[in-house]
Ligand binder design. Structure first.
Ligand SMILES: [Zn+2]
Length: 115
């Protein structure tokens, strides 16, 4: 048995494409796109939206409601360890006849995984 959803963008049926045309003779309509759900066990955003344009159109229209599904009142933090290392790099100094490479000691900061 295969599952289908209708695209959740409220304006999907207003977008003028060949793929949305349905009906016979003079009774033609633009219809919301039908989406085949290949694996209902693994939820995927594109099970509910026919493409990126419809997804973002929906998100822009309902951004407040979407944010309220899981409100964020303060920032989260992930503990990390960092490693700083010095290495020789170059910068270019402009001169009258072009440029010249000037060496200097640069610092690289690397985030070390805690696991
Ligand atoms: Zn759509």
């Amino acid at each position: 048995m295969s599952d289908y959803n209708w695209c959740h963008n409220p304006d999907c049926h207003r977008i003028e494409t060949q793929s949305r045309i349905r009906g016979t003779g003079d009774n033609k309509v633009l219809r919301t796109r039908k989406i085949k759900v290949y694996n209902p066990e693994i939820p995927h955003i594109y099970d509910f939206f026919c493409n990126q344009n419809c997804l973002h159109s929906f998100l822009n229209q309902f951004s407040r409601e979407v944010a309220n599904i899981r409100p964020v009142k303060q920032p989260s933090e992930t503990p990390i360890k960092i490693e700083k290392e010095k290495y020789e790099s170059y910068r270019y100094k402009w001169t009258d006849n072009g440029s010249e490479r000037v060496p200097y000691m640069a610092t690289r900061t690397t985030i070390k995984n805690n696991s």
